[in-house]
Design a protein around this ligand. Structure first.
Ligand SMILES: [Zn+2]
Length: 778
C-alpha cells in the first residue's frame, strides 16, 4: 500500500534535493545582498565628468584632519578650505553668517552662531533650483571624517565634476549648501531655510549624511508625496532605498539637516546616508582612516546622477509633492516601485491567494481550515522566538563584554550578524521538525503564509511602506504552492516552490542585510524577525531536509538540521567575540563628563553609562539627578562621583539696562563666558518670573521648554565677546538666572588620568563635556 504524500513535494533523494535547493537559495540571497552593496571606489584617473572616491577622499582627509566643532578655529579652517576649493572651480561661494534657532532639539531652545557656505552654479535655462546639502561641522569629540566629511566631500567632488567635467552645464540652478551647527542644533540648515534668499525659493533638496563608516548609501527619507522623486531616484546607477526605511527612520532618534528642510512645504527632496560601521559615529574614531571609500563612491555616484537628472528635468512639478507616495524596494539589482495606492489591493490579493491555496490543498486532503489555523498560531512561535533569542544573545554578549552595552553595534559585527541569522535558522528548523509531526508540513506552510498575509494587511494599515515585505512573499509563496499542487513530477514541484522562495529571498534578504546596520545588534530582534519571515515563507523547501514521517529514524534525524544551525550559530558568535575584542583601533567606549557648580564650590564626575565599566568606575560610583543644577545634562538619574573643584571661571551676566513698564520688566544683558567654550546657556524659572520674550544676538529665542518647565537657551559657538540678550519678564523682584557654559576635554582637570589605548570615548553630544555653572540674581 502506497503511503499518502502529505507534503507539497516529496522528491526522491530528499537530502540531495534539499542541499541543492538550499545552495540555490543561498546564492540568490548572496546576489540579492550583493546588489545593495556599495560600488568599488574609483581612482583619480577616471574621466573628469565622473565622480571619483579617490579625488573626494582628498577632501575627506582635509576636513577630517581635526575635530571641527561649530565655532572652533578648526571649523573656520574647514570652511576656508571649502570656500577655496569652490572658488578654484570657478564658483563664487559666499558665507552666510547669522544665527540659527532650533526649538525642538534636546528639549531646549537651541541656537547657534552659524556660517554656512553657499555657492550657486547658475542653470543654462533654469526652471528651478536643486540644492545639495551636507554639514561641515563635527560633533565635539569627533573628527567628523564620515559625519559629515563624506557629505561635504561629495558636494565638493560633484561641484568639480559639474564645473570641470567638460559636459554641458545643468539647465537648472544647482546650489551647494555646506551647513554649520548641524550637530549642535540643525541651526545651519534652519538659518538657510529661514534667512537665506536662496532658501526662500522652492527647491528639490538632496541631503547627504553618514551615521557610521561603511555600507551602502541608503536613501532613507523623502518628502511627502514622493512618487515623482522616486522615479528620478530609480534612474541612479545603484539605488538602495526602501519605502520601509522611511517608516523605520521615524522610530530612530536621529535627526538631520533634512528635518528643518521638510518643515517647509516649499521643498521636496531626498535624504541619503550610509549607516554601517556605526560604532565610530560621533566618536573620536570617526577619522578618514575608518572610512570605507566604497561608501563615499556610492554617495557620490548617487549625488552626481541625481544632480544631473534634476538638473535637466522640468523642475516645477518635482518641487511640489506628487499625488502620492511610492512603494519601492531593491530587487535583483532593480528598484521596484509602484504607487502606494496599490498597497491595499496587493495585501488583499495576497490574502486571497493564500485562501485559494488553503482551499485547493484542503480538497486534496493536505490540510484543513482548523489545521491551517493551528499552523498560523504555531508560526508565531519561531517569529517571537527569533526576536527573543536575538535580544537574549545580545544581553549575553553585553554581559561578556560590558562596553557593548553603550553601542548600537560592535565595531566588527559581521560574524555576530551571521550568528543571529544562524540562531534564527536553528529556531525555525527545531520548531519545524517538531511541528511537522504534529500538524503536518502543509498546514504549517499554509498557516505561515496566512500569518504573512495577515501581517501584510496589518502593515498596510500601520506602516504602508513596509507592507510589501510580507504581502509579496505571501502572494508568491501561495502562487508557488498552488503551482506545486498541480505540477508533476515531484522535482518540478520542488522547482516551483524554490522559485517562489527565491522571490521571497530577493525581497527579504537585502532588507535583512540593511536592517542589521540600521537598528544594530542591540536591536537584533528586528533583523532576526525579518530573517524569520523569510524562513516562514520558505517552509515547503525546508521539508526535504527532513525524512518522511514513515521513514526509519525520522525522529532522531529530524533534530540534525537544527543542531547543525545551532553549531553554526555558536561558531559564528564565538568567532565574532574573538575578533571583536577591544584594541587601540577599536577601543572600548566610555563616557565621562565634569560639572562644576561655582556657587557651592563643588564638582562632580558624571557619566551616561548606566552601569559604568571598569575605567569609568574610577570616577563615578553613585547616582544623582543633576538636571536642575545643570540643565544641559540629561534628566533622570546619572552616574556620578565627587571630583576636585577646578579653578575655572563661571560665565557672567552684566545688566546693561533694566526697565519696568506696567507689569513688564525688560532686562538688557550682556552674557559672556570667561573661558574658551563651545556653548553658553542660561535658564530661568517659570511662574512669577515668566519670560515673555527673549532675544539673543538679534533672534527671537524659544521662551519656554515644555519638557523642563522652565525658560532656557543653549547658544552654540558664541564669540569670545559674549551674547547680547534681551529678556522681557513678568513680575517684579529678583530674577535668578542660571548660567552654564561648556567646553570639551577633561585632560587638564585635577584628578583626571588619560585613558589607556584600548579605552576610548563614546560617541555622544556630551562626551568629555566640562560644564561650569553659577546663579546670578538680577
Ligand atoms: Zn551628521
Amino acid at each position: 500500500m502506497a503511503e499518502v504524500d502529505r507534503t507539497f513535494a516529496s522528491p526522491p533523494r530528499r537530502p540531495l534535493v534539499a542541499a541543492v535547493v538550499l545552495v540555490v537559495l543561498a546564492l540568490v540571497a548572496f546576489l540579492g545582498i550583493a546588489d545593495v552593496q556599495p560600488p568599488s571606489p574609483r581612482p583619480a584617473t577616471i574621466a573628469a565628468g565622473e565622480f571619483s572616491a579617490a579625488r573626494a577622499f582628498e577632501h575627506v582627509q582635509r576636513i577630517g584632519q581635526e575635530v571641527h566643532v561649530t565655532g572652533s578655529p578648526a571649523a573656520d579652517r574647514v570652511r576656508e578650505y571649502i570656500v577655496a576649493t569652490l572658488t578654484g572651480y570657478g564658483l563664487r561661494p559666499e558665507v552666510q553668517d547669522t544665527v540659527g534657532v532650533n526649538a525642538g532639539k534636546f528639549g531646549s531652545g537651541s541656537m547657534a552662531h552659524v556660517r554656512n557656505v553657499v555657492a550657486v552654479l547658475p542653470g543654462t535655462a533654469s526652471t528651478g533650483q536643486v540644492a545639495l546639502m551636507a554639514h561641515y561641522d563635527s560633533v565635539q569629540v569627533s573628527y567628523g571624517a564620515n559625519d559629515d566629511g563624506a557629505g561635504s566631500s561629495t558636494l565638493l567632488e560633484v561641484a568639480r565634476a559639474l564645473t570641470q567635467g567638460g559636459a554641458a552645464k545643468p539647465r537648472n540652478d544647482v546650489v551647494f549648501v555646506f551647513t554649520d551647527a548641524e550637530e549642535a542644533c540643525l541651526c545651519g540648515a534652519e538659518a538657510f531655510v529661514s534667512r537665506h534668499p536662496l532658501g526662500q525659493k522652492p527647491s528639490v533638496v538632496l541631503n547627504f549624511e553618514a551615521r557610521g563608516s561603511s555600507g551602502p548609501a541608503v536613501m532613507f527619507q523623502t518628502s511627502a508625496g514622493n512618487a515623482d522623486l522616486i522615479d528620478v531616484y530609480a534612474r541612479t546607477p545603484r539605488p538602495v532605498g526602501t519605502s520601509l526605511a522611511v517608516e523605520v527612520y521615524r522610530l530612530l532618534s536621529n535627526d538631520t539637516d533634512f528635518t528643518p528642510v521638510l518643515a517647509q512645504t516649499r521643498f521636496t527632496g531626498l535624504n541619503t546616508a550610509y549607516i554601517d560601521g556605526s560604532s565610530v559615529y560621533h566618536s573620536p574614531m570617526d577619522r578618514p582612516s575608518t572610512m570605507d571609500r566604497a561608501s563615499l563612491q556610492h554617495h557620490g555616484d548617487e549625488a552626481l546622477a541625481l544632480t544631473r537628472e534634476f538638473g535637466r528635468a522640468d523642475l516645477p512639478p518635482l518641487m511640489k509633492p506628487a499625488a502620492g507616495d511610492a512603494v519601492y524596494f531593491p530587487f535583483a539589482g532593480l528598484l521596484v516601485r509602484y504607487p502606494a495606492a496599490l498597497t491595499w489591493p496587493l495585501a488583499i490579493l495576497a490574502l486571497l491567494a493564500v485562501a485559494a491555496l488553503v482551499f485547493l490543498a484542503r480538497r486534496r486532503g493536505l490540510t484543513s481550515v482548523p489545521r491551517t489555523l493551528s499552523g498560523l498560531g504555531l508560526a508565531l512561535v519561531p517569529l517571537v522566538g527569533a526576536a527573543v533569542a536575538a535580544q537574549l544573545l545580545w544581553a549575553l554578549l553585553v554581559a561578556i563584554r560590558p562596553g557593548y552595552g553603550e553601542l548600537l553595534d560592535p565595531a566588527r559585527p559581521t560574524w555576530l550578524r551571521f550568528g543571529v541569522v544562524a540562531l534564527s535558522a536553528a529556531i525555525v528548523l527545531c520548531w519545524y521538525s517538531f511541528s511537522r509531526r504534529k500538524v503536518g508540513p502543509v498546514p504549517l506552510a499554509t498557516g505561515a503564509l496566512t500569518l504573512l498575509a495577515l501581517l501584510g494587511i496589518l502593515f498596510a494599515a500601520a506602516i504602508p511602506g513596509g507592507s510589501y515585505l510580507v504581502a509579496l512573499p505571501a502572494l508568491f509563496g501561495a502562487l508557488a504552492g498552488i503551482g506545486a499542487l498541480y505540477a508533476r513530477p515531484a522535482l518540478a514541484k520542488v522547482g516551483i516552490l524554490t522559485a517562489g522562495a527565491a522571490v521571497s529571498t530577493l525581497i527579504l534578504a537585502p532588507t535583512v542585510a540593511l536592517f542589521f546596520p540600521a537598528l544594530g545588534l542591540a536591536t537584533g530582534a528586528a533583523a532576526a524577525m525579518l530573517a524569520m519571515l523569510l524562513g516562514l515563507a520558505g517552509l515547503p523547501v525546508l521539508e526535504p531536509l527532513f525524512r518522511a514521517p514513515t521513514a526509519p529514524r525520522h525522529r532522531r534525524l529530524g533534530a540534525a538540521p537544527a543542531l547543525g544551525a545551532l553549531v553554526l550559530a555558536v561558531v559564528c558568535t564565538t568567532t565574532g567575540m574573538v575578533v571583536g575584542s577591544w584594541d587601540a583601533g577599536h577601543p572600548e567606549p566610555t563616557h565621562l563628563m565634569y560639572a562644576l557648580d561655582k556657587d557651592t564650590g563643588t564638582a562632580e564626575w558624571v557619566s551616561l553609562e548606566r552601569s559604568p565599566g571598569e575605567w569609568t568606575s574610577r570616577y563615578v560610583h553613585g547616582h544623582q539627578r543633576l538636571n536642575r543644577q545643570f540643565p544641559v545634562l540629561p534628566e533622570g538619574e546619572l552616574s556620578v562621583g565627587p571630583a576636585q573643584a577646578a579653578d575655572l571661571a563661571a560665565p557672567k551676566a552684566t545688566v546693561l539696562s533694566d526697565e519696568t513698564a506696567g507689569d513688564r520688566r525688560t532686562l538688557h544683558l550682556h552674557i559672556a563666558s570667561q573661558r574658551d567654550v563651545r556653548f553658553l546657556s542660561f535658564y530661568g524659572p517659570v511662574g512669577d518670573h515668566r519670560v515673555v520674550s527673549a532675544t539673543v544676538e538679534g533672534r527671537e529665542a524659544v521662551t519656554y521648554i515644555t519638557a523642563q518647565d522652565r525658560f532656557g537657551v543653549v547658544f552654540n559657538g558664541p564669540s569670545a565677546a559674549g551674547l547680547d540678550v534681551t529678556l522681557v519678564l513678568t513680575g517684579a523682584g529678583a530674577f535668578p538666572l542660571r548660567l552654564v557654559d561648556g567646553s570639551d576635554g577633561l585632560t587638564a582637570l585635577p584628578g583626571f588620568t588619560p585613558r589607556p589605548a584600548t579605552v576610548g570615548v563614546f560617541g555622544s553630544h556630551s562626551s568629555e563635556l566640562l560644564a561650569v555653572a553659577t546663579t546670578q540674581t538680577l
